[in-house]
Ligand binder design. Structure first.
Ligand code: EPZ
Length: 420
């Protein structure tokens, strides 16, 4: 099993190019199923989850070709409509094929995603919305079988904003007769990016980025070419790496406004943040001022940056309270950070982080994608050597993180450790 080894204490300096967003790439790939023509997506990150989604599309009959950061998807031969459990279990975002399959073929079989390390991951809101559009849904041996002879526009209110739920229903609604209104919709930039792709494919969509999205269905969906947006979570991760190591790093090919909530919190913690339209230069030096955060739907503080900011607050001069409101179990990184010398106590949905002067290298284990990133950040700041096991979690959403960090001066390497 591969692991990362880090010798901490090196200040990061230089610039890092931010890759395309994993969470924009996944719905964009699923959207290719809406047409029988070829769609080409560029700025696609070479990360495991994108590979998994490509594998799922190929299992449905699509032909995929990749040239550098562009992926072309030919869906003319798609003739299967099921997302099997082994793929959905591996990657919950596989549920994103539900809406496109229903739209194009009138049927979709999607395994209910099991839980994962950040909590129960239901798709009840997705299914309820598909039923509102006229689909019948039955659960057969853990798979949801959806069928619809026709889809009819409807007014859909989400009990709570759901990112992939909004994306799934927006895609299904492109084939629904008449107008569909999505209310209490997710406002994430990745939702906006998907809507822009769907409009290029022929859809009539307005309001993406607000909590009310209108879709006028029935247009024939064509192939398109589209460059996906940069990864705001990757950008936020490298921003924290600069501050935690007492360095100065410029993030390029990104949009600072997509991480305003993080940048404001970093300024409050004492970091210097200089923005242009497409770059951010971050510098900082521990100890930081303790800053509380409470995760929320966009444009609030992103849950996907909670673990990374917690790592930073481990080096604050006082106590910070980190409250996680989106997922019920997204603190798996806490015991691992405590192994590195942090002093964090969890009470309900909040983690109380009492800053320490130094973190000390140790062997730690990654548990999920963003928790892994927080352990890397802590290892970069810790004294001596940190070894991070099970880094396949990290590879799901970060392309060769150790290469980008080495280029910034970190002493980090990937090695084959013990065990399968
Ligand atoms: C998306 O997941 C992202 N994944 C997640 O990123 C991100 O953490 C999450 O949005 C929140 O921002 C992708 O975009 C591929 P939700 P998603 O539906 O859509 C509950 C990463 O690290 N809910 O917005 O699955 C749900 O349990 C990943 O890149 C229901 O109850 O999240 C959660 O508590 C992790 N029923 C809340 O809503 C539903 O039908 C928000 O979930 C759907 C969701």
């Amino acid at each position: 099993m591969q692991e990362l080894r880090i010798i901490g204490g090196r200040s990061l300096r230089g610039s890092v190019q931010i890759s395309g967003a994993k969470n924009a790439a996944l719905p964009a790939l699923a959207a290719c199923l809406l047409t029988n023509q070829t769609t080409t997506l560029s700025n696609m990150p070479d990360v495991k989850d994108v590979g998994s989604m490509c594998a799922l599309l190929e299992a449905l009959g699509a032909r995929i070709s990749r040239v550098n950061d562009s992926i072309s998807v030919d869906t003319s031969n798609v003739d299967r409509h099921n997302a099997p459990h082994e793929l959905v279990r591996k990657m919950r975002a596989s549920v994103l094929v539900m809406g496109p399959l229903l739209a194009r073929f009138g049927m979709a079989e999607v395994a209910l995603p099991g839980g994962c390390t950040i909590g129960n991951r239901p798709i009840d809101l997705h299914i309820a919305a598909m039923k509102k559009l006229g689909a019948d849904a039955t659960l057969i041996k853990g798979d949801t079988h959806l069928t619809a002879s026709t889809l009819k526009g409807a007014r859909i209110y989400f009990d709570r904003p759901t990112v992939t739920g909004t994306e799934n229903v927006m895609m299904a609604a492109t084939a629904a007769d008449g107008e569909t209104l999505l209310e209490n919709a997710a406002r994430e930039p990745e939702v906006v990016d998907l809507a822009e792709l769907l409009v290029k494919m022929g859809a009539n969509i307005s309001g993406a980025g607000t909590d009310t999205i209108r879709v006028i269905g029935g247009q024939l969906m064509k192939g398109a070419t589209h460059e996906i947006i940069s990864d705001r979570i990757e950008a936020g991760t490298y921003a924290v790496s600069a501050a935690m190591t007492g360095g100065i790093v410029t993030l390029t090919h990104m949009n600072p406004r997509m991480i305003s909530s993080l940048l404001e919190k970093m300024r409050s913690a004492g970091c210097k943040v200089v923005e242009t339209d497409t770059t951010v230069t971050i510098s900082g030096l521990p100890p930081f001022k303790p800053v509380d955060i409470s995760t929320a739907e966009y444009p609030g503080f992103p849950t996907d940056l909670q673990a990374q900011f917690m790592a930073m607050m481990c080096l604050a001069d006082g106590e910070a309270v980190i409250t996680e409101n989106i997922f019920e179990d997204r603190f798996k990184h806490v015991p691992e950070l405590n192994r590195l010398g942090a002093e964090i106590v969890i009470r309900g949905r909040s983690a109380f982080v009492r800053g320490v002067k130094n973190l000390l290298g140790a062997i730690v284990t990654a548990s999920d994608l963003r928790a892994s990133a927080s352990l890397v950040l802590a290892g970069l700041a810790a004294q001596d050597e940190t070894r991070i096991l099970r880094i396949y979690h990290l590879d799901r959403g970060y392309y060769r993180m150790e290469k980008k960090l080495s280029a910034l001066g970190a002493d980090i390497g990937r090695i084959d450790g013990e065990g399968p």
